[in-house]
Design a protein around this ligand. Structure first.
Ligand SMILES: [Zn+2]
Length: 335
């Protein structure tokens, strides 16, 4: 993803990186909903064990198959969306998005999403040669997917116990992190990040325009990106506030109530990030917020391991995973 700084009084660099009142019944649900950070950690570790999941590689292909199997194991209706998008170099880039529907007792659905691909280049490495190595993506990719897999597991368990759960549409986006590498000297193209979410958002929008086709009605979306660092902070991101402010306030308030205010900081709205949620908001028209770890006091705007060889399991922390996972599952279960 991508720290895009733009808009109005904020003059921003463009650096690549990539509801309110609870009803009685839903309050009961939120009290029952639990989240296991150990399990989320294991889901992250399993993805990382494949190696860098760079699109076009065997590691990517095998991890994609594994993600499908995990979702199916918990009773989700899995569909894979394939297609192509134009990449930073003007070439056709194959896309494999993995979607899963968890049928609950209420509609509209809530979208939970993350990207599952790894960046092909560690282009924030100081050592030039290392910049051409792929990123392992423990935080940048696997962490959001791991937290969502654990939420899917918990929802399946609640459903099996006869509890009411929300209908959840999961999407794991491909090719989020293939934006123009810093070493590229060819013609600059727009919108080279988030290719998978652009494809998904376009097809979602098309399906809403086709009256013969019944489209799943999605109320709002939550995107998780880089949610495992021990010192993670999740400021209220600019585009999230612009397009989904009510949902940002609901989720950040839930975090504060659960005692996770040190992660979900509320006093600031930081610069915009061009992440998958941007295209979900602007193309699909679904209000979508981004829970993303970023900072104002670093050179890149992100943690020091970002887009380097050090994005590994050393920077995945159980307390942070618990804070994010418990906050998200509590929020979606208290409609
Ligand atoms: Zn990235």
């Amino acid at each position: 993803m991508f720290r895009g700084i733009q808009y109005g009084i904020l003059v921003l660099l463009l650096l690549c990186v990539s509801c309110v009142k609870q009803q009685q019944s839903s309050t009961t649900n939120s009290q029952l909903s639990t989240f296991s950070a150990d399990s989320a950690y294991a889901y992250i570790e399993a993805q990382v064990a494949f190696g860098p999941r760079v699109p076009g590689t065997l590691e990517h292909s095998l991890c994609g198959d594994w993600l499908v199997a995990q979702l199916q194991r918990h009773g989700a209706q899995v569909q894979q969306q394939t297609g192509t998008m134009i990449n930073y170099a003007g070439q056709q880039q194959p896309i494999r998005n993995i979607t899963a529907l968890i049928e609950g007792s209420s509609l509209p659905a809530i979208l939970l999403c993350a990207h599952w691909d790894c960046r092909p280049w560690s282009d924030e490495e100081e050592d030039y040669d290392q910049r051409f190595q792929p990123v392992l993506g423990a935080n940048d990719g696997a962490s959001g997917v791991g937290v969502i897999l654990e939420i899917v597991r918990q929802l399946a368990s609640l459903k099996a116990q006869g509890q009411a759960i929300p209908t959840v549409q999961v999407v794991f986006f491909d090719c989020e992190d293939m934006g123009t590498p810093t070493h590229y000297t060819g013609q600059e193209r727009p919108d080279t990040w988030c290719l998978g979410s652009q494809l998904w958002a376009k097809e979602y929008k098309l399906s809403t325009l086709n009256s013969q086709h019944s489209t799943l009605n999605i109320q709002y979306g939550i995107l998780l990106d880089m949610v495992g660092d021990p010192l993670a902070t999740f400021p209220r991101e600019y585009f999230s506030m612009q397009y989904a402010q009510g949902y940002v306030e609901k989720l950040w308030r839930t975090a504060a109530r659960l005692g996770y205010g040190r992660y979900f900081v509320r006093n600031t709205t930081y610069y915009p990030i061009t992440d998958d949620h941007y295209y979900i908001n602007t193309i699909a028209g679904i209000p979508c917020l981004d829970v993303i770890d970023y900072k104002e006091d670093t050179n890149t705007g992100f943690s020091s391991w970002w887009h380097t060889q050090r994005d590994d399991m050393q920077n995945i922390n159980l307390q942070t995973l618990q804070a994010v996972g418990q906050t998200v599952i509590t929020t979606i279960c208290s409609r």
